[in-house]
Design a protein around this ligand. Structure first.
Ligand code: SAM
Length: 256
């Protein structure tokens, strides 16, 4: 029996344009794929004639058996939301199939958010640190204290929002001033893409009673929203920061 690969393909936040060339090639080679429903729809042009199932309808052992039985016949793939590096629930399958696993990197929601806003999360003189976390923790009593991570000079990037906006702002105000910029990005690179930009002081009013996080929702559709907090959302980088790097870092080494 040939040792067919098991691909873990990071597919990006939704728009099929945001998968890598290597990811598309791996889809083409695979005979069977485990794909969340939204990716099955978005990537339908590349999936015709292939067996496709949602991994979210099976327990762990059923997924393993599903993969094992198809790997006998050819390459198999998981289509992963965003990138494997960030809040991916598929790690245990990479470990289980470690020798056959081929992980293909991609675009995380926070990378797509930066592109959408035309902002970097670190800006010289404004923010040197970007922290990716979530108020929802699977392992720490279900709750994370965001105030531990925020603060001036830190760009805080929040996935998997499970707090009403008012509670989120109250928590963030322990770490940031009320004038600190905040962006709520919904459905990045998907239908219904929407950006709400404000400050901690006024973001709740700007939402006008809308709940972008779907707190308590029982819909089978995922709620896709990302929050970014910090000065990097509005403060740009001065041109002399390029010259600083040129003089101090690149020119002395004659870097090409
Ligand atoms: C289980 S995590 C998966 C993250 C993914 N691995 C990544 O790299 O982006 C799901 C969370 O990612 C964020 N997310 C994923 N896709 C998004 C999108 N298109 N727009 C906004 N947020 C998104 C949301 O916060 C959502 O609750």
């Amino acid at each position: 029996m040939a040792d067919h690969p098991l691909y873990f393909i990071s597919c990006g936040p939704g728009d099929p344009d945001l998968i890598t060339v290597g990811g598309l090639r791996a889809i083409e080679q695979s005979i069977a794929l485990l794909a969340p429903k939204v990716y099955e729809e978005g990537f339908s042009a590349y999936l015709s004639g292939k067996e496709v199932e949602s991994p979210f309808t099976m327990d762990h052992q059923t997924v393993v058996d599903w993969v094992d039985s198809r790997l006998k016949r050819g390459p198999v793939a998981f289509l992963l939301p965003g990138d494997f590096s960030t809040f991916s629930p598929f790690h245990s399958f990479v470990e289980h199939f470690f020798d056959r696993a081929v992980v293909i990197p991609g675009v995380s929601a926070h990378a797509a958010a930066a592109a959408l806003l035309k902002r970097s999360w670190d800006i010289a003189g404004v923010a040197h640190t970007a922290i990716i976390t979530s108020p929802r923790a699977i392992t720490r009593d279900g709750r994370v204290s965001l105030r531990e991570y925020g603060g001036e000079g830190n760009t805080l990037i929040l996935y998997m929002l499970n707090l009403p906006i008012g509670e989120l702002v109250t928590e963030l105000l322990h770490a940031y001033t009320p004038e600190t910029p905040i962006a709520i990005l919904e459905n990045i690179a998907c239908p219904g893409e929407r950006v709400t930009l404000g400050t901690l002081d006024d973001i709740e009013a700007r939402l006008d009673g809308r709940d972008p996080f779907g707190v308590g929702s029982t819909s089978s559709e995922p709620t896709l929203a990302l929050v970014v907090v910090g000065g990097a959302l509005v403060s740009g980088e001065k041109p002399d920061m390029w010259d600083y790097r040129y003089e101090k870092l690149w020119k002395p080494r004659e870097m090409k």
